[in-house]
Design a binder for this molecule. Structure first.
Ligand code: NI
Length: 139
């Protein structure tokens, strides 16, 4: 681990109080770790805005597998963007509904395009892209 440097942050009581409450609710035991995570999160968001960044993420989909052609459509999209798909997990939630989590990787615009297409597929009830990064650019 790299050496840590101490910095001073000027912040008003109201904002600090709210921040402490927020991070306590999320299970942080100290402010420093919470600040570091906030900064890293901003760096990941920034990487996703850059066309050249190699990014990682997960696309979570919930759909009714009885919807006409939905399975074909989701498979077709993953083959179309096969270089961006690392793996997928399918869980049969109940008689009708499926949960699918697709692990994606690649240049941000390509991964975003794939994710948008999957989420917009007819019959997907809920879809969400969770963005992250490889970690090697995150000190
Ligand atoms: Ni299923």
């Amino acid at each position: 681990m790299k050496e840590l440097r101490r910095i001073g942050v000027a912040i008003n009581d109201d904002l600090l109080g709210k921040f402490d409450k927020l991070i306590a609710g999320r299970g942080y035991t100290n402010r420093s770790e919470a600040f570091r995570d906030l900064i890293r999160n901003e760096m990941v968001q920034e990487a996703w805005k850059s066309a050249d960044s190699e990014v990682f993420g997960t696309v979570t989909l919930v759909y009714d597998h009885h919807t006409r052609l939905i399975m074909d459509k989701l498979t077709e999209l993953q083959h179309q963007y096969h270089s961006a798909v690392l793996s997928s997990l399918h869980v049969h939630l109940d008689h009708d509904n499926c949960l699918e989590v697709i692990l994606v990787r690649g240049k941000a615009p390509l991964v975003q395009k794939l994710s948008n297409a999957l989420i917009a597929a007819k019959g997907v009830k809920h879809g969400r892209l969770t963005v992250t990064a490889s970690g090697h650019d995150l000190p």
